[in-house]
Design a protein around this ligand. Structure first.
Ligand SMILES: [Zn+2]
Length: 213
C-alpha cells in the first residue's frame, strides 16, 4: 500500500498506465546497481531515485563538477551520495555497491564494464558519442560479459552525455516495470541527426551459449 505521502510524491507518474499503484510498489521494491563514470551516471541516479527505486548502489560516479553541483551534490565522500539520494527521495536508500549483490537491475554507463555482470538481473549498458546514443539491454540470466565487452569495445561510444543518463534511466524504469517482455538481448541506437530508435539484435559472438539468439 502506498502512503498518502507517497501518493503525493509520485502523483505525476501514478497516472501513467505503465506505472499505476502496482507499478509504483514494484519500483519501491526494486534495487539498482549503477556503474559508470561521467555525468550521465549522476543524471541516471537522480532520475531513478526520484522515480522511487527502493535502493541504489552507485559506483564510479563523479561527486564534483558542474552537473554534480546542478543536481545538488556538493562534493564530499561516498557518504555524501547517501545524503544526496535521501534528499532526492526519502524512499530511496543508498547502499554501498558491495551491499547490493543481487540487484533487480544492473546498469553500466561508458567504459570499462564492471568486472562482473549480474547473473539474475536485467543488465543495461549505455554509451554515447558525438553522433549517437547506444543502449544494450540483456535479459536476466543472459548478461554475457564477453560479448557485451566486445560490442562495447567496437562501439567506441565513450563520451557519456547527460541525455544518455536520462535515456538509460527511462530504459531501466521500463525494464523494472516490465513494460514489455525482455526475452532476448537487444541494442537500441539513436542517431542525434535522426532521433528515432529501433531495436536490433545484440551481435553476439558466433555460437555463444549465453547470449546468442
Ligand atoms: Zn555471449
Amino acid at each position: 500500500m502506498l502512503t498518502d505521502a507517497q501518493i503525493d510524491r509520485y502523483c505525476r507518474q501514478l497516472i501513467l498506465p505503465e506505472v499505476g499503484a502496482a507499478g509504483q510498489q514494484r519500483l519501491l521494491r526494486s534495487t539498482v546497481r549503477l556503474h559508470g563514470r561521467g555525468d550521465a551516471a549522476l543524471v541516471c541516479a537522480s532520475y531513478l531515485a526520484g522515480a522511487g527505486v527502493g535502493a541504489l548502489a552507485l559506483e564510479g560516479a563523479p561527486l564534483h563538477g558542474a552537473t554534480a553541483a546542478a543536481l545538488g551534490l556538493d562534493g564530499g565522500g561516498e557518504e555524501e551520495i547517501g545524503r544526496w539520494i535521501a534528499r532526492r527521495n526519502p524512499d530511496c536508500r543508498w547502499l554501498p555497491a558491495a551491499g547490493l549483490a543481487r540487484p533487480s537491475a544492473a546498469v553500466a554507463i561508458g567504459t570499462p564494464l564492471p568486472a562482473r555482470l549480474p547473473e539474475a538481473a536485467v543488465m543495461l549498458w549505455g554509451g554515447a558519442d558525438a553522433e549517437r546514443l547506444i543502449c544494450a539491454q540483456l535479459p536476466a540470466g543472459r548478461a554475457c560479459r564477453e560479448c557485451l565487452d566486445a560490442f562495447v569495445g567496437a562501439a567506441r561510444a565513450d563520451e557519456p552525455s547527460t541525455l544518455l543518463g536520462t535515456f538509460i534511466a527511462l530504459a531501466t524504469l521500463r525494464a523494472l516495470l516490465a513494460v514489455e517482455p525482455i526475452d532476448r538481448p537487444v541494442v537500441w541506437q539513436v542517431d542525434w541527426e535522426r532521433p528515432q530508435a529501433r531495436p536490433m539484435a545484440l551481435p553476439s559472438r558466433p555460437g555463444c551459449v549465453l547470449c546468442a539468439p
